[in-house]
Design a protein around this ligand. Sequence first.
Ligand code: DAK
Length: 266
Amino acid sequence: MASNPAYKNIIVTKIDNPGGLKVGQIQFNRPDVLNALNIELMGELLGALEQFDKETEIGCIIITGSAKAFAAGADIKEMATQGAIDMHIRDQFAVWDKIRKIKKPIIAATSGYVLGGGCELSMTCDMIVAAESTRFGQPEIKIGIIPGAGGTQRLTRAIGKARAMEMILTGRMYSAREMFEAGLVTRIADDEIYLEEAQALAKEIAAMPPIAVQMAKDAILKAFDTTVEGGLEYERKAFYLLFASEDMKEGMNAFIEKRKPEWKGK
Ligand code: DAK
């Protein structure tokens, strides 16, 4: 595991994976404010994600926080003095849109508070591995705003209108188990081992053929913004495209020859 000292608000590491590509891990590091997501941290997060996305040695990415908080939301102190036109001109929130464009799968490993923008960020990730102690919430209503980074859309699609309404209109917090049962969370783990669980899942994915992994992620995400027919067509084209990859030939030949495939990522 090697750490990159270039960042102030995040700790970036690469985790070796003898069975496949490495796992890139990004850990928020603003413990005094429960990892509140300020502009600088979000810029660093995007920089680290885009860097991992470019590096061929990385197969899967984890975003995590601390035991007490994944992230307690956008930085309220930073937002409090801003006006609508300032926000529009600076377009500081454009960073959030770019996170959606990351091609490699991202796992949120959560513990403690996952609130507001923290909850939205976890939903922008592709999977959530939650410690038992995780508390999910969209408390924006309590400070006079509403979710602004996908909460009304992604949460509603993940857990349905009835539960999203209650969660967003009351600002209440919900346990990892409730959110697992509602369909938001991929898996729950004991507090002591949630990060290891997330890493094990990331390593399993990073051992799969990388191009197929990225195409699968892309096709699954299409389901959120197209019709079933449009999505099926997109899936079919992505499926055909994979027949142009060396990894497809290697995967099928390895099966027929009863050996372990060696992926090239091409
Ligand atoms: N921002 C700034 N500081 C925060 C913070 C936050 N979100 N959450 C906690 N802190 C700070 C506290 O101010 C305190 O700092 P000091 O007073 O010690 O200087 C320190 O962290 C510890 O917090 P507490 O003393 O409050 O700790 P407790 O254990 O008593 O309470 C808590 C923990 C998580 C229940 C509480 O801190 C809390 O309610 N925090 C605020 C949660 C919240 O309202 N989050 C939603 C923020 S709004 C967008 C993208 C994103 C967003 C919007 C638009 N676009 C793309 C357009 C996102 C908006 C939001 O997330």
